[in-house]
Design a protein around this ligand. Structure first.
Ligand code: ADP
Length: 496
């Protein structure tokens, strides 16, 4: 065994430059581990690249502690190799001709060269993969599974896994190769691919059927490629992880949406019956009530209505999420009348708290481009919160401010306020500033999520500002549609 550390000759270095460029571009283009393995092994077995006859990659499965044959490429005989070379050379000539033609008609032809190199390289990869010139070797190699525990102490894979640098094996006398006899032909080079997490794979490359020895240059290139590949591998691993996480999250999201939709619809039907029957009882259609019974029914009705509003929120979120808001009818909408329609609903949520709700209109309020139902729902959720988070008494004011082609509608309250770190998260699903256990305000933490989804579906925007202990301001913005509405009809109504 010997380890190549010396630099190659000048001539090799100039060769190496183009090769390095190619490796850089080719490995950098891999976005999955499988692509990465194919490119790596094909580059080793490419007669115009690293020039080995064959290349093998055994992936190390750290959970099962097993080496798995993932990829083998190359030609099994010198004749096969020569044939591939010939075919590639012919294809290269054809490419060259095309490039010459383009050069003769375009002065920008210089930029074609790197593309041409890459195309030429991928051509070789294509040949190796599609033709399986190795005559079934690739398939056979993919069956290899070697458990680390069962390998002898001097097994080739153990030896390579323990060494940072690649090694040249002139023969297989000093190492065990059980399980790999079919594939190993001396002399060959072996090395490991490792990342910060540890061993990733073992790579073996040989020139068995060519009489040429593995020289210093080949050794140097092999080591350089493995070093470079280890670095690139970390990015590919990260990309792969990201893809897996995204797929998992999408699945969880899909399950959650289905769950939301099913559960909310299943709850709505019995709730509607409860509300309806309670109403019949309250209207004494089923017999006269005592005062005590009337009081109990009033409470049942109150809680059922609360439950209904939560179920409606869930249905709303499931609808808006699952393929966009149903029935969005974009049109010119008068924001003041949308607000006035919402106020009575808020009135019932205010209870006995002395809170004034005042629309402040100082100039003409223009029509905005949105869906009227969506705007009413947005007003409802924002005003509901404004009233809810004022502990005992205070004010809610609604301002309308024209800003170029946009209308800003600001809902300001004198409530408990929100700290800046919470302000960033309040539009997230089920996010509430105070934790479940110490919760004093009702709700599920989806009102603002609905507001955001409705705004996204109707082309609006929202901004939240707040000072803890002083109050909050939520500003909804919509593009102005057209003609304005006279302000006189909607004067402030203190203590509405
Ligand atoms: P919830 O049903 O809890 O009101 P939201 O999604 O509407 O859910 O709001 C999320 C959280 O943001 C609330 O639980 C509350 O902590 C905070 N929040 C929203 N609006 C206000 C406000 N006007 N004043 C203070 N805190 C607010």
């Amino acid at each position: 065994m010997s380890t190549g550390r010396r630099r190659p000759s000048k001539q090799l270095l100039s060769q190496e430059l183009t090769l390095q460029e190619q490796v850089h571009v080719a490995l950098g283009s891999a976005s999955t581990l499988d692509d990465f393995y194919v490119i790596l092994c094909c580059m080793l077995a490419d007669p115009n690249g690293f020039g080995f006859s064959r290349a093998f990659l055994l992936r190390y499965d750290e959970v099962q502690r097993t080496f798995v044959g993932r990829l083998a490429v190359g030609a099994t005989s010198a004749k096969d190799h020569r044939r591939l070379r010939r075919e590639i050379a012919e294809e290269a000539r054809r490419l060259e001709e095309q490039v010459e033609i383009i050069k003769s008609i375009s002065s920008e032809a210089r930029v074609l060269q790197p593309l041409y190199d890459l195309r030429f390289h991928s051509l070789w990869i294509h040949f190796l993969q599609e033709r399986d010139s190795a005559g079934g070797l690739n398939d056979m190699f993919r069956q290899v599974r070697l458990s680390e525990a069962e390998l002898s102490a001097n097994h080739l894979l153990r030896v390579l896994a323990s060494q940072a640098r690649p090694t040249l094996f002139e023969n297989t006398e000093k190492v065990g190769i059980e399980g790999l006899e079919e594939f190993i032909r001396a002399p060959f080079l072996g090395g490991r691919l490792a990342t910060k997490r540890g061993l990733h794979a073992i790579i073996i490359a040989d020139r068995s059927f060519e009489l040429r020895k593995i020289d210093e240059g080949a050794m140097y290139h092999f080591q350089w490629l493995l070093n470079h590949a280890s670095v690139t591998l970390e990015n590919v691993e990260l990309l792969e992880e990201l893809r897996e996480t995204t797929a998992r999250l999408q699945e969880v999201d899909r399950i959650k949406s289905n769950f939301l939709s099913i559960i909310s619809h299943e709850l709505r039907t019995p709730l509607t019956s409860i509300v309806g029957f309670v109403q019949i009882l309250q209207e004494e259609k089923a017999g006269a009530l005592t005062n005590f019974q009337r009081d109990l029914l009033r409470r049942v009705a109150y809680h059922a209505a609360h439950l209904q509003s939560m179920v409606n929120d869930l249905i709303e979120i499931a609808q808006v999420e699952g393929g966009g808001m149903i029935n969005v009818h974009m049109q010119a909408v008068d924001p003041l009348s949308a607000l006035l329609k919402t106020l009575p609903k808020i009135e019932s949520r205010r209870g006995s708290k002395p809170i004034s709700i005042e629309p402040i209109v100082t100039s003409e309020v223009p029509l905005v481009r949105t869906d009227p139902n969506a705007l009413e729902r947005i007003f409802f959720h924002l005003l509901d919160n404004a009233v809810k988070f004022i502990p005992d008494q205070g004010h809610v004011r609604i301002f309308f401010l024209r800003r170029d082609d946009w209308l800003d509608i600001a809902i300001e309250d004198t409530g408990i306020g929100i700290s800046s770190e919470n302000l960033r998260r309040i539009f997230d699903y089920f996010y509430q500033v105070d934790s479940r256990l110490e919760r004093v305000y009702g709700g599920m933490g989806i009102g603002l999520t609905i507001v955001k989804l409705l705004l996204d579906a109707t082309g609006g925007q929202i901004r939240a500002e707040s000072t803890p202990g002083v109050g909050s301001r939520f500003t909804v913005s919509y593009p102005i549609a057209s003609a304005a509405v006279a302000p006189d009809a909607f004067l402030p109504t203190p203590g509405l």
